[in-house]
Design a protein around this ligand. Structure first.
Ligand SMILES: [Zn+2]
Ligand SMILES: [Zn+2]
Length: 362
């Protein structure tokens, strides 16, 4: 039977969000109904609400979630009713060219639920990143559910579903940070600080946090930065990074902002043949102009990180285990726990840089 639950939607561009009744259909053959426990508030939700993604309103917002499997479609084998899961927005297909080449984190045919969730008048909802979890329940594909150790606090676990995974993975997966490396991270919000935590986890010995906001540099230090650079106080960040790395530049520089000027800083802050990882998301109108010869003469690797190049089935349980063992302080990313009515206030706090993550608890 279809179920009616409460969910937070964005009905039209730039309008405040609304808490309304939504209809969860019976799960299709490979679909799963998840009772949502928690859902982090991500910049991408705000981007949906403000028209930055597409105009397929109304959106059911929320995509960084943990919960309990409540019911499953007839062909589901991947999870069972009662499983504690983190949701992901890239359920890999196993069949596309990327998957068959053994690089499933680039899968371009990822799965979502087979049926739409709707408003009570039948209007189809577009779930944010194919999830839609600022809701008491949501409908996803079984591959979007990854079972993890149920002793992990869901307010912490859910953060692996998007931003924290993107940052951790930018360092550990895309940047391939290793023991003894020097790492610089530009932009110390949730994603950048997760990259710092990832660099620390991977054994980097010099971890330089760069931001224009003193409170963000404090968060960064708390999460493992060994040095900080206040970019509002100096002209040449790249020179400052070099000074902290024996005159060479960092082995891996992660741009968690995604603007032409931060990318340029990242590029010139790295050591010869070092790696730049772009994980901050630029907007379409941004342009970068740099001497082509510099790309040649500096060598190395320029990479972009999608969702931290993660594989949920590989990475979520492992990172949760590291958290439970006290080796990865994921709990420090939870700045506040809020109710389902507080999403707009959380958007504001996020825009003002007052929070690493606000987490809706249901
Ligand atoms: Zn695939
Ligand atoms: Zn997100």
């Amino acid at each position: 039977m279809p179920t009616v639950v409460k969910g937070v939607i964005s009905r039209t561009k730039n309008a405040p969000t609304e808490l309304v009744d939504i209809v969860i259909p019976e799960p299709g053959a490979n679909d799963v109904v998840v009772k949502v426990s928690t859902c982090g508030v991500c910049h991408t939700d705000l981007a949906y609400a403000t028209g930055g993604i597409n105009d397929e309103y109304p959106f059911l917002l929320g995509h960084e979630a943990a919960g309990i499997v409540e019911s499953v479609g007839e062909s589901v084998t991947h999870v069972e009713v009662g499983d504690y899961v983190i949701l992901n927005w890239r359920a890999v297909c196993g069949e596309c060219r990327a998957c068959k080449r053994g690089r499933p984190w680039y899968c371009f045919d990822t799965f979502n639920a087979s049926k739409p969730m709707t408003l009570t008048d039948g209007t189809e909802l577009s779930p944010a990143l194919g999830i839609g979890a600022f809701a008491e329940k949501t409908l996803v594909h079984e591959g979007q559910c990854t079972k993890v150790d149920e002793s992990a606090d869901p307010a912490v676990a859910c953060l692996l579903g998007c931003g924290v995974m993107a940052g951790l993975g930018a360092a550990v997966n895309t940047g391939n940070v290793g023991r003894g490396d020097s790492v610089a991270v530009i932009g110390c919000g949730g994603v950048g600080d997760a990259a710092i935590a990832g660099a620390k986890l991977a054994g980097a010995t010099t971890i330089i946090a760069v931001d224009r906001d003193a409170s963000k540099l404090e968060w960064a230090t708390d999460l493992g930065a060994t040095h900080t650079i206040d970019a509002s106080a100096i002209d040449d960040v790249a020179a400052a990074v070099k000074e902290l790395t024996g005159g060479f530049g960092a082995d891996v520089v992660i741009d968690a902002v995604g603007r032409p000027e931060t990318y340029q800083t990242a590029f010139y802050s790295r050591d010869l043949a070092g790696t730049v990882v772009l994980v901050g998301v630029p907007t379409p109108e941004m342009r970068l102009e740099m001497p082509l010869v510099d790309f040649f003469s500096h060598g190395g690797a320029l990479k972009s990180s999608w969702y931290g190049d993660c594989l949920p089935e590989r990475d979520f349980p492992m990172l949760i285990d590291l958290f439970l063992q006290g080796r990865l302080p994921l709990d420090k990313f939870v700045t506040e726990r809020i109710g389902i009515n507080d999403v707009d206030a959380a958007f504001k706090a996020m825009e003002e840089g007052r929070v690493l993550r606000s987490v809706v608890t249901l």
